[in-house]
Design a protein. Structure first.
Length: 260
């Protein structure tokens, strides 16, 4: 099974090269951003936003807007290693699934290897993000390290859910349908979020659709606070989804011999 994991990672070598460049870029841009937010143009822009009465923005709103921009930078390392459909596409082009059954590795372990690849890559991405977050927390008071950590765990959990669903749909649909697998994974996550907390989602959409600029955007910051401080819920959800999709993936693969 170790060899299968290494093979899967090698199928993602282009993404890993991009990952290395992204790490360097994120570190440089993030440091420049937090320095500007403290001493430069971004700090000046924040003060100007507070001085414009029509904006109806508080100091907390401005700080959260700045934090959101920083968070987007921070999540790039995790996002660049999440696309497992490339492994299925590479296996399909090479015809690997045609000979996989002859290996002295059970189907259960072959499916498990895909999931272990996810967590190996996300573990690398999270480690890098945590190191960058620690460095940034030393030079800015925009966001605490514990908040950084919560956001990283939430993001990694969400991307784990996406990747786990992608594996299930890739096995279910077969080679050549990877794009549909991605689409179904995104749709499944959206439906899941809507079903779990439809009230908060409706409130967030309503605030974003306010056209007169006078709407209360505190609902958006509640979502941000949830991501920061209740990341354990996302982690539990990721574990449940991963276990469930693994069982389903194995059952589908067992019925459809020669798909993995």
């Amino acid at each position: 099974m170790k060899g299968l994991i290494i093979k899967d990672i090698m199928c993602l070598k282009k993404q890993l090269m991009i990952f290395a460049f992204v790490i360097i870029g994120v570190l440089v841009v993030s440091v420049m951003y937090v320095l500007s937010a403290r001493f430069g143009n971004i700090a000046s822009a924040g003060r100007e936003m507070l001085n414009v009465k029509e904006n109806n923005l508080t100091e907390t709103d401005v700080k959260n807007i700045g934090s959101m921009a920083l968070i987007m930078f921070m999540l790039l390392p995790i996002v660049t290693v999440c696309d497992m459909v490339n492994v299925f596409a590479a296996d399909g082009k090479a015809g690997f699934f045609k000979i996989a059954g002859s290996f002295p590795v059970s189907l259960k372990k072959r499916v498990l290897a895909r999931y272990m690849t996810i967590y190996a890559l996300f573990g690398i991405g999270m480690t890098v993000d945590i190191i960058i977050a620690f460095v940034l927390s030393l030079i800015t008071d925009m966001i605490k390290f514990t908040d950084f950590l919560g956001i990283i765990i939430s993001a990694a959990s969400l991307m784990s859910i996406y990747s786990a669903c992608s594996i299930l749909f890739c096995i279910l649909l077969g080679y050549g349908k990877e794009m549909y697998a991605q689409l179904l994974s995104v749709v499944s996550i959206i439906i899941g979020v809507l079903l779990v907390n439809i009230g908060s989602v409706k409130q967030a959409v309503k605030t974003m659709m306010e056209a007169d600029g006078e709407g209360d955007i505190s609902g958006l910051w509640k979502i941000l606070d949830f991501i920061k401080h209740k990341s354990y819920i996302m982690l539990i959800a990721a574990v449940i989804v991963s276990v469930t999709t693994y069982v389903l993936s194995y059952m589908v693969a067992e019925r459809k011999r020669g798909v993995i």
